[in-house]
Design a protein around this ligand. Structure first.
Ligand code: NAD
Ligand code: UDP
Length: 389
């Protein structure tokens, strides 16, 4: 992007080049956000993470057009005295760092709570003390279960959006009992949201909180046994991709009846860029970022992914592409689930004029094309590709 181009924001104000500290820049969302910022803006990124595999392509060569605008810091924010200095050097801090895979919430609840609450505390504190703006990544999971899920199965009210659409400023946060350790993540995220909100109210912290609703796309998580642990359980996109790549059945937890709305990462990242460049419209707000038009049950997702993957790979689907599994067997003791997640889009629409564009079919098409190109050969080479039985 030419440095001489004058860019203006939604209010017609010039956008000055920023220095952005991105914590968790090496993850799924961070890697896409780095790409977007480097390709389309003049901003500088201080990219902080313990890993950088997903942004290696952005760091490798000095000859790239964004040379000098991204600097990687291999830092664990749990214990590194450089954190405050980096926050002071930046105009804006974006915190993406977290343990955020459901398989960890009930099996590693302490790590989950420390990562999502305790480790985020110094980031909030240093931003507040140094009068620096913060964009913090929370989750749609802070809503927990819908009110509608507690109604009798045959109640007509279950069809009323008032009982299931999730609104930033009015919906309650409904979690399960303490033994259901699934909610350790949601609860930690909720408390850090409350702390950030209180820092805003009492100490004037300029903040924006993002609640992603199932953002998916290339580079999400890992394929077990290829670029992640063989026994690891990633989020549903990678679990289903892994099964498709290996010609195994897709496992439907508790029948796959839970519902989700999926948004394409490239659409979602546009919303984040709008937040970055429109502070007057984004500060003090909590934003749902999702695609209410892309709702499916997990079973429907499995069916659609099977169909898309067959088209992309040219291989016929298995005769029985899915198999049911209990949550206890799949995730272990203490798992529980969000029943339905439809984001209300009023606030992000009003403040930033953002709308998602990509249909579920199209986003699965481009994502599974990427998965196939990236992993199919590696899986075959390792002899992990089980031929159709
Ligand atoms: P991710 O796991 O791909 O990225 C998180 C990154 O943070 C990783 O690269 C990890 O190495 C880094 N990190 C974690 N702890 C760290 C530490 N102590 N020090 C330094 N780096 C650390 O996850 P993601 O999908 O990119 O999610 C980013 C954020 O968005 C998270 O806060 C997550 O809770 C939130 N979120 C994402 C989704 C989604 O749909 N992807 C949904 C809800 C919430
Ligand atoms: N799920 C599934 N099979 C899998 C992985 C996940 O049925 O192999 C289900 C999971 O129980 C949940 C949904 O898919 O109902 C979405 O799971 P994900 O891990 O993506 O995270 P969540 O949306 O729950 O935060």
């Amino acid at each position: 992007m030419a440095s001489s181009t004058v860019r203006i924001n939604l209010d017609g104000k010039p956008i000055n080049p920023l220095t952005i500290l991105m914590i968790g820049a090496g993850g799924f969302i961070g890697s896409h956000l780095c790409e977007k910022i480097l390709n389309e803006t003049p901003h500088k990124i201080l990219a902080l993470d313990v890993y950088n595999d997903k942004i290696k392509h952005l760091l490798e060569s000095d000859s790239l057009k964004w040379a000098g605008r991204i600097q990687f810091y291999r830092i664990n924010i749990k214990h590194d005295s450089r954190l405050e200095g980096l926050i002071k050097m930046s105009d804006l801090t974006i915190n993406l760092a977290a343990i955020c895979t459901p398989a960890d919430y009930n099996t590693r609840p302490l790590d989950t709570i420390y990562s999502n609450f305790i480790d985020a505390l110094p980031v909030v504190k240093y931003c507040s003390e140094n009068a620096k703006r913060l964009i913090h990544f929370s989750t749609c999971e802070v809503y927990g279960k819908t009110i509608g899920s507690f109604l009798p199965k045959d109640s007509p009210l279950r069809q009323d959006p008032a009982y299931y659409v999730l609104k930033e400023d009015t919906s309650p946060c409904i979690f399960g009992s303490i033994e259901k350790q699934r909610w350790s993540y949601a609860c930690a995220k909720q408390l850090i949201e409350r702390l950030i909100y209180a820092e805003g109210a009492e100490n004037g912290l300029e903040f924006t909180i993002v609640r992603p609703f199932n953002w998916i796309g290339p580079r999400m998580d890992f394929i077990p046994g290829v670029d992640g642990p063989s026994e690891g359980v990633p989020r549903v996109l990678a679990c289903f991709s892994n099964a498709l790549l290996r010609r195994e059945q897709l496992k439907l937890v508790d029948g796959g009846v839970s519902q989700r709305t999926f948004v394409y990462i490239k659409d979602a990242i546009e919303a984040v860029l709008l937040m970055i460049e429109n502070p007057d419209r984004a500060n003090g707000h909590i934003f749902n970022v999702g695609n209410p038009n892309n709702e499916v049950t997990v079973r429907q997702l499995a069916e659609m992914m099977t169909e898309v993957y067959s088209k992309v790979s040219g291989e016929p689907a298995l005769e029985q592409p899915t198999v049911d599994i209990s949550s206890k067997e799949f995730y272990g003791e203490g798992y529980d689930d969000s029943d339905k997640r439809i984001p209300d889009m009023t606030i992000i629409n009003k403040q930033l004029g953002w709308n998602p564009k990509t249909s579920l079919w199209d986003l699965l098409d481009s994502t599974l094309t990427y998965q196939h190109k990236t992993y199919a050969e590696a899986i075959k080479k390792r002899g992990l590709h089980v031929l159709a039985r």
